[in-house]
Design a binder for this molecule. Structure first.
Ligand code: NAD
Ligand code: IPM
Ligand code: MN
Length: 359
């Protein structure tokens, strides 16, 4: 199990360190684990000017799986686009062909009070947001900035999807739904955008191959509303790159905090990059305040998707549940008046819970 660890910027290294401890703990006694650390993001820029050095990309290519922290810090906007630490993640996703981004939003029962939604609305939340990760307005050409005849500047991007790109993510959605509650909601903006009209057509066509899965469609604005109103109605949500980015942060808050949301990004060969959905959180970086659970749960996804180790994945998830039941909280998931612990203490408690489990 050769794992590239790209911890990156801000709280990336803080949460990744705890995820690595969880991984080492659950695999204790195995000599299979090999961790290869490589710089990415701002850390890599300060070393050699490139946020995604070729050597890092090669390390990622050669690894069986990648554990990513976060990239991007304030001030990045002053750099040319390709040199921005945040862009390194996009380049990495593109280079590895990572097109299927699984973002499960699950409410741990102990955190019902931490959610911004009422317990009766949120109890039992278990949705899977499947975000297409390789196309859309994120990568569409043409893109850029130009000067209009009037002398005014104009920035522009292109929203685009090809049939094959939609088809492959749609298949992922229906196959995922088959392992779950057999419902797919496809989210688009087919009432306004041609690329999304094609999205709806293709998802509908692929859906005919999965008669056992119920398919519904929502426009993204209505989907945002419906998710807040009755989140339990959702099983698998499949959507494009941009809408998936936005809706997954929305879903994160339902679980209590963005610090709770893990993700897996897979390519066609099944290779995976695993990362928390949150960013580098410059406002709390360096203060041992970040919640490491999203990163720790990302390791559980890695064990399940990349190494077929469902039992070990469940042990990590159970350990997270155990410490939350015991009342342990980082500041982001503490309710008013509840005391909280730091990143390291939370990580240590989870590792201890893993180690003391009866197997
Ligand atoms: P962010 O996710 O970094 O932070 C948003 C808010 O959530 C902040 O208040 C932060 O303190 C809080 N937060 C995030 N993770 C947390 C955790 N684990 N525990 C507790 N609180 C947490 O998003 P942002 O502020 O919009 O972006 C900051 C930088 O990160 C930007 O440069 C952005 O481009 C980058 N970013 C990177 C990724 C990534 O690497 N995957 C994702 C999103 C944003
Ligand atoms: C995410 C992030 C990234 C995205 C940024 C940092 C490029 O917000 O992974 O959700 O927009 O995909
Ligand atoms: Mn995002």
């Amino acid at each position: 199990m050769k794992i590239a660890v790209l911890a990156g910027d801000g709280i990336g290294p803080e949460v990744t360190a705890q995820a690595v401890i969880a991984l080492e703990t659950v695999l204790a006694g195995s000599d299979k684990l090999e961790l290869v650390y490589a710089p990415i993001g701002g850390a890599a820029v300060s070393e050699g000017g490139d946020p995604l050095p070729e050597a890092t990309l090669e390390t990622a290519r050669q690894a069986d799986a990648i554990l990513f922290g976060a990239a991007g810090m304030p001030g990045d906007e002053s750099l040319p686009y390709a040199q921005r630490p945040g862009a390194s993640l996009l380049r990495l996703r593109q280079a590895l062909g990572l097109f299927a981004n699984y973002r499960p939003a699950l409410l741990f029962p102990a955190l019902a009070q931490a959610s911004t939604l009422k317990p009766e609305v949120i109890n039992g939340l278990d949705m899977m947001i499947l975000r297409e990760l390789s196309s859309d307005v994120y990568f569409g050409e043409p893109r850029g900035e130009r000067v209009l005849p009037s002398g005014e500047r104009e920035g522009y991007n292109t929203m685009r999807y090809s049939e094959s790109e939609i088809e492959r993510i749609a298949h992922c959605a229906f196959q995922t739904a088959r392992q779950r509650r057999k419902r797919v909601c496809s989210v688009d903006k087919a009432n306004v955008l041609e690329s999304m009209l094609l999205w709806r057509d293709v998802v509908t066509r692929v859906g005919t191959q999965y008669p056992d899965v119920a398919l519904s469609h929502l426009f993204v604005d209505a989907a945002a509303m419906a998710m807040m109103r009755r989140p339990l109605d959702f099983d698998v949500i499949v959507t494009g790159n941009l809408f998936g980015d936005i809706l997954s942060d929305l879903a994160a808050m339902m679980t209590g905090s963005i610090g709770m949301l893990p993700s897996a990004s897979l390519n066609q060969k099944g290779k995976g990059l695993y990362e928390p959905v949150h960013g580098s959180a410059p406002d709390i970086a360096g203060h041992d305040l970040a919640n490491p659970i999203a990163s720790i749960l990302s390791v559980a996804m890695m064990l399940r998707y990349s190494f077929d180790m469902a039992e070990q994945a469940e042990r990590i998830e159970r350990a997270v549940s155990t410490v939350l039941e015991q009342g342990l909280r980082t500041q982001d998931i503490a309710t008013p008046g509840q005391s909280s612990v730091g990143t390291r203490a939370m990580g240590e408690a989870i590792a201890q819970a893993i180690a003391s489990q009866a197997r």
